[in-house]
Design a protein around this ligand. Structure first.
Ligand code: NAD
Length: 508
């Protein structure tokens, strides 16, 4: 089919409407492409590492002013950001579809997630509680206080181009920090749009310091400028495990705080009592949704032998019939892969799976939008004899490896026998199986679900995973604590100086 929408023109119209200056996205040396058609849609000026350093200096100055603003007042800025995001939801959601290739409901859903975290953070701005702790010394009081931390560096991946920024930034701002953000080089236009939206909130807020949140446009060099700068107190880095392996040791070297949100290889176990209809829908969304380009996408499925022939043929039929197409002008459920590299990696993984005895349904390229520069694929379902070869690694594409199991304990063991530890699911109506899966002997992931898929988390919970997923947590629950400095305070209001643990040190 031929594309009717002029993607480049529409991108420009949205950026103009949102108030992004043209100098930020035209005439630069960093090309930006839309996966919808594969065409170039903008040229951004990338920042030198010197410019990144200067931005971080100014972020430090902003931090020193912002930390003095009372937290509930800081929350007011985030409340205004939520309002501006509500007003810009359609435009920003559409830009997410253009830049990341998401279908409209997922583009809009990503912006909704931003609005949700703003609401959460506004409430949090009045709840940055510390504990009061019993002390062993008479006439003493012990407590914890939470202080702003400093400049927070945020590095994001292409596939959640705006939500991950908001998870970090809404919390960082109410916690009294300034932010420097290095978006993916594959999705920097949405970052410029977010900055423009935040600028509107800042204007209404009135007296926030300059440079409270800055976008640093560039490739990994700009990311490294954040990672290696001693003025950045915390780096929240989202991306591949490969990136985490580079970034983690560099942050450790300078004792910086790190939130690492890395790759996933998420699995599900389908037990004999599972509701097959519900499981089918959950697996279909988890594995094919967002064209398999979510960190939480379902990639491995262990199906009990008693259900295998009931579930897997239906799943294969769903794979064969799912609608694939241009998300800007069709109601397809599966949009494009981000680029040729993603397509090549998918094909390599499928070849490796075949070589390891896998039987592949789907995976072929689909001609779409009249362009050979866009990469649409039919999601692939691969029946594997064992969990070997490519099954052990995350391939960031819609491939679901399906394996048969007979013993539940062995299925849990196989589920856990991969490097990543992000998200997991069990489908069962058997309470003992569900509880075992959630127990300390069950799933080893940061997210473990019952009767829902691996993807589509809400902002209220802490988000992140274990092992090669990096161990970081962001978004809800008490994730805010990583964005603050904890001080334990002991106050002596007596006229004595008793020492803890009965130590005596009496000088004349
Ligand atoms: P990527 O690792 O290629 O890039 C992510 C970001 O890191 C980009 O902004 C990139 O410029 C930057 N970067 C790369 N190398 C760097 C370095 N050495 N120093 C500093 N910055 C560096 O990932 P991607 O292809 O954009 O995204 C897909 C990956 O992200 C998948 O593995 C996916 O699972 C993961 N992801 C994880 C989460 C999560 O919360 N766990 C969320 C989204 C995506």
């Amino acid at each position: 089919m031929t594309s009717i929408v002029d993607v480049k023109k529409e991108t420009g119209a949205i950026l103009d409407k949102l108030g992004v200056p043209r100098s930020a996205w035209t005439g630069g040396d960093m090309a930006s492409f839309s996966p919808v058609t594969g065409e170039e849609i903008a040229r951004l000026p990338a920042m030198s590492s010197g410019n990144c350093g200067a931005a971080i200096d100014s972020a430090e100055t902003a931090f020193k002013a912002w930390r003095k603003v009372p937290a509930p007042r800081r929350g007011e800025l985030v409340r205004l950001l939520g309002e501006e995001l509500r007003a810009a939801k359609d435009d920003l959601g559409r830009l997410v579809s253009i830049e990341a290739g998401k279908i409209p409901s997922e583009g809009a859903g990503e912006v909704q997630e931003m609005i949700d975290i703003c609401d959460f953070a506004v409430g949090l701005s009045r709840q940055l509680y510390g504990l009061t702790i019993a002390t062993e010394r008479p006439g003493h009081r012990m407590m914890e206080t939470w202080h702003p931390l400093g400049v927070v560096g945020v590095i994001t991946a292409f596939n959640f181009p705006v939500a991950v920024w908001s998870w970090n930034t809404a919390l960082a701002l109410v916690c009294g920090n300034s932010v420097v953000w290095k978006p993916s080089e594959k999705s920097s236009l949405t970052a410029l749009a977010c900055q423009a939206i935040l600028e509107r909130a800042l204007k209404r807020f009135g007296d926030a310091p300059d440079n409270l949140m800055q976008v640093l446009i560039g490739d990994r060099d700009a990311g490294e400028a954040i990672v290696d700068n001693p003025k950045v107190a915390l780096v929240s880095a989202t991306g591949s495990t490969r990136m985490g392996r580079e970034v983690g040791p560099r942050l450790a070297k300078r004792f910086a705080r790190a939130i690492l949100e890395l790759g996933g290889n998420n699995g599900g176990i389908v037990c004999p009592s599972a509701d097959v209809d519900m499981t089918l829908r959950a697996v279909a969304f988890g594995a094919m949704g967002t064209a398999g380009q979510r960190c939480t996408s379902m990639r491995r499925l262990f199906v009990h032998e008693s259900l295998y022939d009931k579930l897997v043929p239906r799943l294969k039929a769903a794979y064969e019939s799912v609608s694939i197409g241009n998300p800007l002008e069709t109601s397809a459920l599966v949009g494009p892969l981000i680029d040729k590299l993603a397509f090549d990696n998918m094909q390599k993984a499928l070849e490796a799976a075949k070589a390891a005895g896998g039987s592949v349904t789907g995976g072929e390229r689909i001609a779409e939008a009249g362009k050979d520069t866009a990469y649409y694929v039919r999601p692939a379902i691969v029946e594997m004899p064992d969990q070997t070869g490519p099954v052990l690694e995350e391939t960031f594409a819609p491939i679901l490896y399906v394996m048969k199991y007979s013993d539940f304990d062995a299925a849990i063991q196989a589920h856990n026998a991969v490097g990543a530890g992000l998200s997991s699911s069990i489908f069962t109506l058997d309470m003992q199986e569900a509880e075992q899966f959630l127990s300390d002997e069950g799933s080893d992931c940061g997210i473990a679900n019952v009767n829902i898929g691996t993807s589509g988390a809400e902002i209220g919970g802490a988000f992140g995973g274990e092992k090669e997923t990096g161990g970081g947590r962001e978004s809800g629950s008490d994730a805010w604590k990583a964005y603050m400095r904890r001080a334990t305070n002991t106050v002596n209001y007596s006229k004595q100086l008793p020492l803890a643990q009965g130590v005596s040190f009496d000088i004349e």
